[in-house]
Design a protein around this ligand. Sequence first.
Ligand code: ZN
Length: 57
Amino acid sequence: MSEKIACPKCGSEATAVSKRNPIRNAVQSTIVCRNCGFTSVREHPPDVTLSEWLAKK
Ligand SMILES: [Zn+2]
């Protein structure tokens, strides 16, 4: 699944593609921003969305 999030670097709209990792019981999200070229892979617990997870930091 994919979701739109605010780019952690430039704040414009970035796309995050999430994939469940059943072995680690986590969700791995690949963030790609077309505006500034930022890419990052984040892992977060399955009970929060990526944007919630990023907002916690
Ligand atoms: Zn960006």
